[in-house]
Design a protein around this ligand. Structure first.
Ligand SMILES: [Zn+2]
Length: 134
């Protein structure tokens, strides 16, 4: 997997995820924030939702907000967690990795690698996905 250092736009996306989490943090139901950057340049952010049996992560909430607003190309995504800023960048869970490659297979995903926030291409998170369909 090729890890790439973050740039100013990536840090702005992390701030957007952190801000939506700071505004809406309610333990235990809303503890993770996510933000997506779209090709339009717009950023969409959201927090996870939780119930006793199941609750979507923050990433599908942010992706759903972008799609609901007419966006079709997501270029980068990040999730952060923690009770208070500075929030920590989180790596996406398995379900979210699948969701990300289904909706934005070429986007960047910001995650934590060896204690540092970096980014990787979404396709690297699930290598050879759907390769037998080609
Ligand atoms: Zn997830």
């Amino acid at each position: 997997m090729k890890y790439v250092e973050l740039d100013a736009v990536d840090r702005r996306l992390i701030r957007a995820a952190s801000e939506v989490l700071a505004r809406n943090y309610r333990d235990p139901r809303h503890t993770v924030g996510a933000a997506v950057l779209c090709a339009s340049g717009r950023i969409y952010a959201g927090v996870n939702v939780e119930s006793c049996g199941y609750g979507p992560c923050a990433e599908p909430i942010a992706i759903g907000r972008a799609i609901s607003d007419g966006e079709r190309e997501i270029t980068c995504i990040v999730a952060v967690g923690g009770a208070t800023p500075p929030h920590k960048v989180m790596s996406p869970c398995g379900n979210c990795r699948q969701l990300i490659i289904d909706y934005a297979p070429d986007c960047w995903v910001i995650l934590t690698h060896k204690g540092r926030a970096r980014k990787v291409k979404a396709g690297d998170l699930i290598p050879d996905a759907y390769s037998n369909f080609g």
